[in-house]
Design a protein around this ligand. Structure first.
Ligand code: NAD
Length: 471
Protein backbone atom coordinates (compact mmCIF):
# COMPACT_ATOMS: atom_id res chain seq x y z
CA UNK A 1 0.00 0.00 0.00
CA UNK A 2 1.53 3.31 -1.08
CA UNK A 3 0.57 6.26 1.11
CA UNK A 4 1.39 9.66 -0.35
CA UNK A 5 1.33 12.30 2.37
CA UNK A 6 3.21 15.16 0.74
CA UNK A 7 3.01 17.75 -1.98
CA UNK A 8 5.99 19.51 -3.55
CA UNK A 9 6.46 23.22 -2.84
CA UNK A 10 9.54 25.44 -3.12
CA UNK A 11 11.93 22.56 -3.84
CA UNK A 12 10.79 20.36 -0.94
CA UNK A 13 8.27 17.63 -0.13
CA UNK A 14 5.92 19.08 2.51
CA UNK A 15 2.74 18.02 4.29
CA UNK A 16 -0.28 19.76 2.77
CA UNK A 17 -2.78 21.78 4.77
CA UNK A 18 -5.61 19.76 3.20
CA UNK A 19 -6.19 16.40 4.83
CA UNK A 20 -8.80 14.68 2.68
CA UNK A 21 -7.73 11.22 1.46
CA UNK A 22 -8.29 9.80 -2.01
CA UNK A 23 -8.03 6.05 -2.68
CA UNK A 24 -5.84 4.71 -5.49
CA UNK A 25 -6.55 1.45 -7.31
CA UNK A 26 -4.88 -1.07 -9.59
CA UNK A 27 -7.33 -1.09 -12.52
CA UNK A 28 -6.25 -4.58 -13.60
CA UNK A 29 -7.25 -6.12 -10.24
CA UNK A 30 -9.59 -3.50 -8.72
CA UNK A 31 -7.48 -3.69 -5.55
CA UNK A 32 -6.84 -0.60 -3.48
CA UNK A 33 -3.11 0.03 -3.76
CA UNK A 34 -2.69 3.36 -2.07
CA UNK A 35 -3.98 6.64 -0.79
CA UNK A 36 -3.07 10.23 -1.44
CA UNK A 37 -3.61 13.14 0.91
CA UNK A 38 -5.06 15.97 -1.14
CA UNK A 39 -4.11 19.62 -0.98
CA UNK A 40 -6.63 22.45 -0.73
CA UNK A 41 -6.83 26.16 -1.58
CA UNK A 42 -4.23 27.06 1.04
CA UNK A 43 -1.81 24.60 -0.52
CA UNK A 44 -2.51 26.07 -3.95
CA UNK A 45 -1.74 29.54 -2.54
CA UNK A 46 1.52 28.36 -0.97
CA UNK A 47 2.62 26.80 -4.26
CA UNK A 48 1.67 29.91 -6.25
CA UNK A 49 3.59 32.10 -3.78
CA UNK A 50 6.69 29.89 -4.14
CA UNK A 51 6.47 30.01 -7.94
CA UNK A 52 6.03 33.78 -7.80
CA UNK A 53 9.12 34.21 -5.59
CA UNK A 54 11.19 32.08 -7.95
CA UNK A 55 10.02 33.85 -11.10
CA UNK A 56 12.30 36.96 -11.11
CA UNK A 57 15.46 34.82 -11.03
CA UNK A 58 14.09 32.32 -13.55
CA UNK A 59 13.17 35.03 -16.06
CA UNK A 60 16.77 36.30 -15.93
CA UNK A 61 18.29 32.93 -16.87
CA UNK A 62 20.05 32.64 -20.20
CA UNK A 63 18.93 30.17 -22.88
CA UNK A 64 22.14 28.22 -22.21
CA UNK A 65 21.28 27.88 -18.52
CA UNK A 66 17.78 26.68 -19.35
CA UNK A 67 19.12 24.20 -21.91
CA UNK A 68 21.38 22.79 -19.18
CA UNK A 69 18.39 22.39 -16.81
CA UNK A 70 16.36 20.65 -19.51
CA UNK A 71 19.18 18.28 -20.38
CA UNK A 72 19.63 17.36 -16.72
CA UNK A 73 15.93 16.58 -16.43
CA UNK A 74 15.97 14.48 -19.63
CA UNK A 75 18.82 12.38 -18.22
CA UNK A 76 17.14 11.98 -14.82
CA UNK A 77 13.86 10.79 -16.33
CA UNK A 78 15.59 8.44 -18.80
CA UNK A 79 17.70 6.94 -15.99
CA UNK A 80 14.56 6.07 -14.02
CA UNK A 81 12.51 4.56 -16.83
CA UNK A 82 12.00 1.27 -14.96
CA UNK A 83 10.47 2.94 -11.89
CA UNK A 84 8.20 5.11 -14.03
CA UNK A 85 7.10 2.11 -16.09
CA UNK A 86 6.31 0.17 -12.92
CA UNK A 87 4.19 3.03 -11.55
CA UNK A 88 2.25 3.33 -14.81
CA UNK A 89 1.71 -0.41 -14.85
CA UNK A 90 0.29 -0.71 -11.37
CA UNK A 91 -1.77 2.47 -11.21
CA UNK A 92 -2.88 2.89 -14.82
CA UNK A 93 -2.49 -0.50 -16.49
CA UNK A 94 -1.25 0.78 -19.83
CA UNK A 95 -0.39 -1.95 -22.33
CA UNK A 96 3.32 -2.40 -22.98
CA UNK A 97 2.99 -0.91 -26.47
CA UNK A 98 1.97 2.37 -24.82
CA UNK A 99 4.63 2.14 -22.09
CA UNK A 100 7.28 1.61 -24.77
CA UNK A 101 6.30 4.98 -26.22
CA UNK A 102 5.29 7.02 -23.22
CA UNK A 103 8.23 6.61 -20.83
CA UNK A 104 10.95 7.47 -23.40
CA UNK A 105 8.65 10.28 -24.58
CA UNK A 106 8.59 11.78 -21.06
CA UNK A 107 12.40 12.05 -21.12
CA UNK A 108 12.51 13.12 -24.73
CA UNK A 109 10.24 16.15 -24.26
CA UNK A 110 13.01 17.82 -22.21
CA UNK A 111 15.57 17.22 -24.98
CA UNK A 112 13.09 18.47 -27.57
CA UNK A 113 12.48 21.62 -25.50
CA UNK A 114 16.26 22.11 -25.18
CA UNK A 115 16.61 21.94 -28.98
CA UNK A 116 13.69 24.34 -29.39
CA UNK A 117 15.37 26.87 -27.06
CA UNK A 118 18.66 26.50 -28.94
CA UNK A 119 16.98 27.39 -32.26
CA UNK A 120 14.51 29.99 -30.97
CA UNK A 121 14.92 33.72 -31.73
CA UNK A 122 14.19 35.30 -28.32
CA UNK A 123 15.15 38.68 -29.79
CA UNK A 124 14.08 39.77 -33.24
CA UNK A 125 14.15 42.99 -35.23
CA UNK A 126 11.04 44.18 -37.03
CA UNK A 127 11.72 47.53 -38.73
CA UNK A 128 12.77 49.95 -35.98
CA UNK A 129 11.49 47.65 -33.24
CA UNK A 130 13.56 45.28 -31.23
CA UNK A 131 11.10 42.52 -30.33
CA UNK A 132 11.96 40.63 -27.17
CA UNK A 133 10.08 37.40 -26.37
CA UNK A 134 9.60 37.48 -22.60
CA UNK A 135 8.21 34.80 -20.30
CA UNK A 136 4.50 35.31 -19.76
CA UNK A 137 4.63 35.02 -15.95
CA UNK A 138 3.92 32.22 -13.49
CA UNK A 139 2.27 29.24 -15.19
CA UNK A 140 -0.11 26.59 -13.90
CA UNK A 141 -0.68 23.17 -15.42
CA UNK A 142 -3.51 20.68 -14.95
CA UNK A 143 -3.13 17.13 -16.29
CA UNK A 144 -5.41 14.12 -16.95
CA UNK A 145 -4.84 10.49 -15.96
CA UNK A 146 -4.30 8.93 -19.34
CA UNK A 147 -0.63 9.92 -19.67
CA UNK A 148 0.03 11.88 -16.52
CA UNK A 149 3.84 11.53 -16.52
CA UNK A 150 4.16 12.64 -20.14
CA UNK A 151 1.90 15.66 -19.65
CA UNK A 152 3.71 16.84 -16.49
CA UNK A 153 7.04 16.59 -18.31
CA UNK A 154 5.78 18.40 -21.42
CA UNK A 155 4.34 21.29 -19.45
CA UNK A 156 7.32 21.61 -17.10
CA UNK A 157 9.73 21.48 -20.06
CA UNK A 158 7.93 24.31 -21.85
CA UNK A 159 7.81 26.48 -18.72
CA UNK A 160 11.56 26.05 -18.20
CA UNK A 161 12.25 26.66 -21.89
CA UNK A 162 10.37 29.95 -21.62
CA UNK A 163 12.13 30.99 -18.40
CA UNK A 164 9.15 30.78 -16.12
CA UNK A 165 8.05 28.84 -13.04
CA UNK A 166 5.09 26.50 -12.69
CA UNK A 167 2.51 25.03 -10.32
CA UNK A 168 1.15 21.67 -11.47
CA UNK A 169 -2.08 19.98 -10.39
CA UNK A 170 -1.82 16.43 -11.70
CA UNK A 171 -4.74 14.05 -11.99
CA UNK A 172 -5.70 12.95 -8.50
CA UNK A 173 -6.06 9.42 -9.93
CA UNK A 174 -2.37 9.32 -10.92
CA UNK A 175 -0.79 10.17 -7.56
CA UNK A 176 1.62 7.21 -7.47
CA UNK A 177 2.92 8.04 -10.95
CA UNK A 178 3.27 11.68 -9.96
CA UNK A 179 5.14 10.79 -6.77
CA UNK A 180 7.65 8.53 -8.55
CA UNK A 181 8.23 11.20 -11.18
CA UNK A 182 8.61 13.95 -8.56
CA UNK A 183 11.28 11.99 -6.70
CA UNK A 184 13.17 11.76 -9.99
CA UNK A 185 12.72 15.45 -10.83
CA UNK A 186 13.72 16.45 -7.28
CA UNK A 187 17.08 14.72 -7.72
CA UNK A 188 17.74 16.92 -10.77
CA UNK A 189 17.81 19.94 -8.37
CA UNK A 190 16.02 22.72 -10.16
CA UNK A 191 16.19 26.08 -8.35
CA UNK A 192 13.64 26.13 -5.49
CA UNK A 193 10.16 27.23 -6.53
CA UNK A 194 10.59 26.58 -10.27
CA UNK A 195 8.50 23.40 -9.98
CA UNK A 196 5.62 23.04 -7.50
CA UNK A 197 3.10 20.20 -7.50
CA UNK A 198 -0.16 20.10 -5.53
CA UNK A 199 -2.25 16.93 -5.53
CA UNK A 200 -5.90 17.81 -5.23
CA UNK A 201 -9.35 17.72 -6.73
CA UNK A 202 -9.99 19.61 -9.95
CA UNK A 203 -12.86 21.62 -8.54
CA UNK A 204 -10.67 22.67 -5.57
CA UNK A 205 -7.00 23.05 -6.51
CA UNK A 206 -7.54 23.11 -10.30
CA UNK A 207 -10.24 25.75 -10.02
CA UNK A 208 -8.09 27.87 -7.67
CA UNK A 209 -5.17 27.81 -10.10
CA UNK A 210 -7.53 28.76 -12.95
CA UNK A 211 -8.79 31.78 -11.01
CA UNK A 212 -5.80 33.06 -9.10
CA UNK A 213 -4.59 36.50 -10.28
CA UNK A 214 -0.90 35.60 -9.78
CA UNK A 215 -1.14 32.87 -12.42
CA UNK A 216 -0.56 34.38 -15.86
CA UNK A 217 -0.80 31.24 -17.94
CA UNK A 218 -2.79 28.00 -17.74
CA UNK A 219 -1.81 24.93 -19.70
CA UNK A 220 -4.45 22.22 -19.44
CA UNK A 221 -4.90 18.75 -20.91
CA UNK A 222 -8.21 17.06 -20.27
CA UNK A 223 -11.83 16.98 -21.30
CA UNK A 224 -13.57 19.68 -23.29
CA UNK A 225 -16.10 20.17 -20.49
CA UNK A 226 -13.38 20.92 -17.94
CA UNK A 227 -11.51 23.05 -20.51
CA UNK A 228 -14.59 25.25 -20.89
CA UNK A 229 -14.81 25.72 -17.09
CA UNK A 230 -11.11 26.62 -16.89
CA UNK A 231 -11.47 29.10 -19.74
CA UNK A 232 -14.35 30.81 -17.90
CA UNK A 233 -12.38 31.01 -14.66
CA UNK A 234 -9.28 32.24 -16.48
CA UNK A 235 -11.18 35.02 -18.24
CA UNK A 236 -11.44 37.17 -15.11
CA UNK A 237 -7.70 37.86 -15.07
CA UNK A 238 -7.15 37.37 -18.83
CA UNK A 239 -4.82 34.42 -18.41
CA UNK A 240 -3.13 33.06 -21.49
CA UNK A 241 -4.42 29.55 -22.09
CA UNK A 242 -3.28 26.42 -23.83
CA UNK A 243 -6.12 23.89 -23.82
CA UNK A 244 -5.56 20.36 -25.13
CA UNK A 245 -9.01 18.81 -25.08
CA UNK A 246 -11.03 15.92 -26.46
CA UNK A 247 -11.27 14.43 -29.92
CA UNK A 248 -13.36 12.23 -32.20
CA UNK A 249 -10.73 11.60 -34.86
CA UNK A 250 -11.83 10.45 -38.31
CA UNK A 251 -9.78 7.90 -40.22
CA UNK A 252 -10.48 8.22 -43.93
CA UNK A 253 -9.69 4.93 -45.63
CA UNK A 254 -9.41 5.63 -49.36
CA UNK A 255 -10.54 3.29 -52.12
CA UNK A 256 -6.91 2.71 -53.21
CA UNK A 257 -5.78 1.62 -49.71
CA UNK A 258 -3.76 -1.57 -49.36
CA UNK A 259 -5.66 -3.29 -46.55
CA UNK A 260 -2.68 -5.39 -45.45
CA UNK A 261 -1.01 -2.14 -44.45
CA UNK A 262 -4.06 -0.04 -43.63
CA UNK A 263 -5.89 -2.35 -41.19
CA UNK A 264 -3.00 -2.49 -38.67
CA UNK A 265 -2.86 1.33 -38.85
CA UNK A 266 -6.62 1.56 -38.25
CA UNK A 267 -6.29 -0.64 -35.17
CA UNK A 268 -3.25 1.22 -33.85
CA UNK A 269 -5.04 4.57 -34.16
CA UNK A 270 -8.41 3.44 -32.82
CA UNK A 271 -7.23 1.35 -29.86
CA UNK A 272 -4.08 3.25 -28.89
CA UNK A 273 -3.61 3.42 -25.12
CA UNK A 274 -6.61 1.07 -24.70
CA UNK A 275 -8.73 3.66 -26.53
CA UNK A 276 -8.10 6.14 -23.70
CA UNK A 277 -6.44 8.60 -26.05
CA UNK A 278 -7.57 12.05 -27.16
CA UNK A 279 -5.97 11.40 -30.55
CA UNK A 280 -7.69 8.04 -31.09
CA UNK A 281 -9.12 7.63 -34.59
CA UNK A 282 -12.53 6.43 -33.47
CA UNK A 283 -14.55 7.08 -36.65
CA UNK A 284 -13.47 4.91 -39.56
CA UNK A 285 -14.78 6.19 -42.90
CA UNK A 286 -14.90 3.43 -45.51
CA UNK A 287 -15.76 3.72 -49.24
CA UNK A 288 -19.07 1.93 -49.97
CA UNK A 289 -17.62 -0.23 -52.70
CA UNK A 290 -15.02 -1.72 -50.34
CA UNK A 291 -17.29 -1.89 -47.32
CA UNK A 292 -17.87 -5.67 -47.18
CA UNK A 293 -14.19 -6.46 -47.60
CA UNK A 294 -13.09 -3.92 -44.97
CA UNK A 295 -15.70 -5.03 -42.45
CA UNK A 296 -14.68 -8.65 -42.74
CA UNK A 297 -10.94 -7.85 -42.35
CA UNK A 298 -11.67 -5.55 -39.43
CA UNK A 299 -13.82 -8.12 -37.63
CA UNK A 300 -11.04 -10.68 -37.93
CA UNK A 301 -8.31 -8.28 -36.77
CA UNK A 302 -10.22 -6.83 -33.81
CA UNK A 303 -11.34 -10.28 -32.63
CA UNK A 304 -7.65 -11.20 -32.43
CA UNK A 305 -6.80 -8.30 -30.08
CA UNK A 306 -6.02 -9.46 -26.55
CA UNK A 307 -7.27 -7.50 -23.59
CA UNK A 308 -5.21 -8.18 -20.49
CA UNK A 309 -3.01 -6.77 -17.77
CA UNK A 310 -0.03 -4.59 -18.49
CA UNK A 311 2.25 -7.18 -16.88
CA UNK A 312 1.50 -9.57 -19.78
CA UNK A 313 3.47 -8.48 -22.87
CA UNK A 314 0.87 -10.18 -25.07
CA UNK A 315 -1.88 -7.78 -23.91
CA UNK A 316 -2.93 -5.32 -26.59
CA UNK A 317 -5.61 -3.55 -24.57
CA UNK A 318 -5.33 -2.70 -20.88
CA UNK A 319 -8.11 -1.97 -18.41
CA UNK A 320 -10.06 1.27 -18.20
CA UNK A 321 -8.60 3.53 -15.55
CA UNK A 322 -11.52 3.34 -13.11
CA UNK A 323 -14.88 1.71 -12.43
CA UNK A 324 -16.49 4.98 -13.52
CA UNK A 325 -14.68 4.94 -16.86
CA UNK A 326 -15.62 1.26 -17.31
CA UNK A 327 -19.31 2.11 -16.72
CA UNK A 328 -19.07 5.02 -19.15
CA UNK A 329 -17.72 2.80 -21.93
CA UNK A 330 -20.37 0.15 -21.22
CA UNK A 331 -23.05 2.84 -21.48
CA UNK A 332 -21.76 3.87 -24.93
CA UNK A 333 -21.72 0.23 -26.10
CA UNK A 334 -25.38 -0.05 -25.03
CA UNK A 335 -26.17 3.28 -26.65
CA UNK A 336 -24.66 2.25 -30.00
CA UNK A 337 -27.03 -0.72 -30.13
CA UNK A 338 -30.02 1.39 -29.07
CA UNK A 339 -29.19 3.90 -31.81
CA UNK A 340 -29.38 1.12 -34.41
CA UNK A 341 -25.71 0.53 -35.21
CA UNK A 342 -24.62 -3.06 -35.91
CA UNK A 343 -22.42 -4.63 -33.27
CA UNK A 344 -19.68 -6.23 -35.38
CA UNK A 345 -17.22 -7.30 -32.66
CA UNK A 346 -17.19 -7.02 -28.86
CA UNK A 347 -20.11 -5.74 -26.83
CA UNK A 348 -21.00 -5.17 -23.22
CA UNK A 349 -19.37 -6.92 -20.28
CA UNK A 350 -15.86 -8.15 -19.55
CA UNK A 351 -13.73 -10.01 -22.10
CA UNK A 352 -13.72 -13.79 -21.75
CA UNK A 353 -11.41 -15.07 -19.03
CA UNK A 354 -11.10 -11.70 -17.24
CA UNK A 355 -13.42 -11.73 -14.25
CA UNK A 356 -11.72 -8.93 -12.37
CA UNK A 357 -10.29 -5.64 -13.51
CA UNK A 358 -11.91 -2.83 -15.48
CA UNK A 359 -11.41 -4.54 -18.82
CA UNK A 360 -13.78 -3.97 -21.71
CA UNK A 361 -14.20 -5.92 -24.92
CA UNK A 362 -12.65 -4.18 -27.94
CA UNK A 363 -15.78 -3.20 -29.84
CA UNK A 364 -16.59 -2.25 -33.43
CA UNK A 365 -19.89 -0.88 -34.66
CA UNK A 366 -20.69 -0.82 -38.37
CA UNK A 367 -23.61 0.93 -40.04
CA UNK A 368 -22.95 4.02 -37.96
CA UNK A 369 -24.21 7.36 -39.22
CA UNK A 370 -22.62 10.61 -38.22
CA UNK A 371 -25.70 11.86 -36.38
CA UNK A 372 -25.50 9.03 -33.83
CA UNK A 373 -24.07 9.92 -30.45
CA UNK A 374 -21.47 7.15 -30.73
CA UNK A 375 -20.15 9.01 -33.80
CA UNK A 376 -20.23 12.43 -32.17
CA UNK A 377 -19.17 11.95 -28.53
CA UNK A 378 -15.82 10.94 -27.16
CA UNK A 379 -16.13 7.43 -25.66
CA UNK A 380 -12.52 7.22 -24.38
CA UNK A 381 -12.39 3.44 -24.60
CA UNK A 382 -11.71 0.78 -27.27
CA UNK A 383 -14.85 1.41 -29.32
CA UNK A 384 -14.63 2.05 -33.07
CA UNK A 385 -17.48 3.32 -35.23
CA UNK A 386 -17.48 2.46 -38.95
CA UNK A 387 -19.27 4.84 -41.32
CA UNK A 388 -19.48 4.60 -45.09
CA UNK A 389 -19.17 7.17 -47.87
CA UNK A 390 -19.68 7.35 -51.65
CA UNK A 391 -17.32 10.12 -52.75
CA UNK A 392 -14.14 11.71 -51.49
CA UNK A 393 -16.04 14.99 -50.98
CA UNK A 394 -18.57 13.18 -48.80
CA UNK A 395 -15.77 11.59 -46.74
CA UNK A 396 -14.25 15.01 -46.09
CA UNK A 397 -17.65 16.45 -45.17
CA UNK A 398 -18.33 13.63 -42.68
CA UNK A 399 -14.82 13.93 -41.23
CA UNK A 400 -15.31 17.65 -40.65
CA UNK A 401 -18.86 17.32 -39.32
CA UNK A 402 -17.83 17.25 -35.65
CA UNK A 403 -17.30 19.69 -32.80
CA UNK A 404 -13.79 18.34 -32.43
CA UNK A 405 -10.66 18.81 -34.55
CA UNK A 406 -7.64 17.24 -32.89
CA UNK A 407 -6.09 14.52 -35.05
CA UNK A 408 -7.34 13.02 -38.31
CA UNK A 409 -5.95 10.16 -40.38
CA UNK A 410 -5.83 9.42 -44.10
CA UNK A 411 -4.99 5.93 -45.34
CA UNK A 412 -4.29 5.17 -48.98
CA UNK A 413 -1.55 4.91 -51.60
CA UNK A 414 -1.64 8.11 -53.68
CA UNK A 415 0.51 10.61 -51.75
CA UNK A 416 -0.65 13.70 -53.66
CA UNK A 417 -4.31 12.83 -53.21
CA UNK A 418 -3.86 12.19 -49.47
CA UNK A 419 -2.06 15.51 -49.05
CA UNK A 420 -4.90 17.29 -50.86
CA UNK A 421 -7.45 15.67 -48.53
CA UNK A 422 -5.29 16.54 -45.51
CA UNK A 423 -5.41 20.20 -46.52
CA UNK A 424 -9.22 20.10 -46.42
CA UNK A 425 -9.55 18.50 -42.98
CA UNK A 426 -10.31 20.69 -39.96
CA UNK A 427 -7.82 19.26 -37.49
CA UNK A 428 -4.65 20.35 -35.73
CA UNK A 429 -2.88 17.28 -37.10
CA UNK A 430 -3.51 15.02 -40.06
CA UNK A 431 -1.49 11.80 -40.08
CA UNK A 432 -0.95 10.11 -43.42
CA UNK A 433 -0.51 6.31 -43.19
CA UNK A 434 0.64 6.44 -39.52
CA UNK A 435 3.80 8.41 -40.37
CA UNK A 436 5.52 9.24 -37.03
CA UNK A 437 5.48 12.95 -36.16
CA UNK A 438 8.57 15.09 -35.75
CA UNK A 439 8.89 15.85 -32.03
CA UNK A 440 8.87 19.63 -32.63
CA UNK A 441 5.76 19.63 -34.82
CA UNK A 442 2.84 21.54 -33.27
CA UNK A 443 0.18 19.52 -31.44
CA UNK A 444 -3.27 20.80 -30.58
CA UNK A 445 -6.80 21.14 -31.78
CA UNK A 446 -9.13 23.08 -34.03
CA UNK A 447 -12.63 23.89 -32.79
CA UNK A 448 -13.59 22.39 -29.41
CA UNK A 449 -10.47 20.24 -29.27
CA UNK A 450 -8.72 23.20 -27.76
CA UNK A 451 -6.79 26.42 -28.03
CA UNK A 452 -3.11 26.75 -28.81
CA UNK A 453 -0.37 24.25 -29.54
CA UNK A 454 2.27 22.31 -27.64
CA UNK A 455 5.82 21.26 -28.61
CA UNK A 456 8.51 23.02 -30.61
CA UNK A 457 8.45 26.73 -31.39
CA UNK A 458 4.62 26.97 -31.41
CA UNK A 459 4.48 25.45 -27.91
CA UNK A 460 7.14 27.87 -26.69
CA UNK A 461 5.41 30.91 -28.26
CA UNK A 462 2.41 30.16 -26.03
CA UNK A 463 4.52 30.73 -22.86
CA UNK A 464 6.01 34.03 -24.09
CA UNK A 465 4.83 37.59 -24.68
CA UNK A 466 6.37 39.70 -27.45
CA UNK A 467 7.58 43.10 -26.25
CA UNK A 468 8.45 45.66 -28.96
CA UNK A 469 11.09 48.18 -27.90
CA UNK A 470 10.85 51.05 -30.37
CA UNK A 471 13.71 53.41 -31.12
P1 NAD B 1 -10.91 15.79 -16.89
O1 NAD B 1 -11.19 17.01 -17.68
O2 NAD B 1 -11.99 15.17 -16.11
O3 NAD B 1 -9.74 16.06 -15.84
C1 NAD B 1 -8.50 16.58 -16.24
C2 NAD B 1 -7.88 17.32 -15.09
O4 NAD B 1 -8.68 18.48 -14.80
C3 NAD B 1 -7.78 16.53 -13.80
O5 NAD B 1 -6.56 16.82 -13.16
C4 NAD B 1 -8.95 17.06 -12.99
O6 NAD B 1 -8.76 16.96 -11.60
C5 NAD B 1 -8.95 18.52 -13.42
N1 NAD B 1 -10.23 19.23 -13.22
C6 NAD B 1 -11.47 18.71 -13.13
N2 NAD B 1 -12.38 19.69 -12.92
C7 NAD B 1 -11.70 20.85 -12.89
C8 NAD B 1 -12.07 22.22 -12.73
N3 NAD B 1 -13.34 22.58 -12.53
N4 NAD B 1 -11.11 23.16 -12.77
C9 NAD B 1 -9.82 22.82 -12.99
N5 NAD B 1 -9.39 21.55 -13.13
C10 NAD B 1 -10.33 20.57 -13.10
O7 NAD B 1 -10.26 14.76 -17.92
P2 NAD B 1 -9.79 13.26 -17.63
O8 NAD B 1 -11.03 12.42 -17.50
O9 NAD B 1 -8.77 13.25 -16.54
O10 NAD B 1 -9.04 12.91 -18.99
C11 NAD B 1 -9.70 12.49 -20.14
C12 NAD B 1 -9.96 13.66 -21.09
O11 NAD B 1 -8.74 14.30 -21.42
C13 NAD B 1 -10.55 13.22 -22.41
O12 NAD B 1 -11.59 14.08 -22.79
C14 NAD B 1 -9.40 13.36 -23.39
O13 NAD B 1 -9.74 13.56 -24.73
C15 NAD B 1 -8.66 14.52 -22.83
N6 NAD B 1 -7.26 14.50 -23.28
C16 NAD B 1 -6.83 15.43 -24.19
C17 NAD B 1 -5.53 15.38 -24.66
C18 NAD B 1 -5.01 16.39 -25.66
O14 NAD B 1 -3.79 16.55 -25.71
N7 NAD B 1 -5.83 17.07 -26.43
C19 NAD B 1 -4.67 14.40 -24.23
C20 NAD B 1 -5.13 13.46 -23.31
C21 NAD B 1 -6.44 13.53 -22.83
Amino acid sequence: MKIIEQIYVDGAFVAPHGDERFALFNPATEEKIGEVRLGDNRDAHAAIAAAKRAFPAMRQTTPAERIAMLQTLAKAVAANADALRAAMTIEYGAPQSFLAFSVPHAANVFDVAARTVADYAFTRRIGNAEVVMEPVGVAAAITPWNSNIGFICTKLATAIAAGTTIVIKPSEMSAIQTQVLLEVLHEARLPDGVLNVVNGYGHVVGAELSRHPDIAKITFTGSTTTGREILRNAAESFKRVTLELGGKGPQILLDDADLDRAIPHVLASAFRNSGQACIAGTRLLVPKRRHTEVISRLAQAVSALRPGPSSDPASDIGPMVSARQWERVQAYIRLGQEEGATLLVGGEGRPEGLQRGWFVRPTVFSGVTNDMRIAREEVFGPVLSVLSYETEAEAIAIANDTEYGLQSYVLGTDAERMRSIARQLEAGRVVINETPADAQAPFGGFKQSGIGREFGPFGLDAFLEPKAIIG
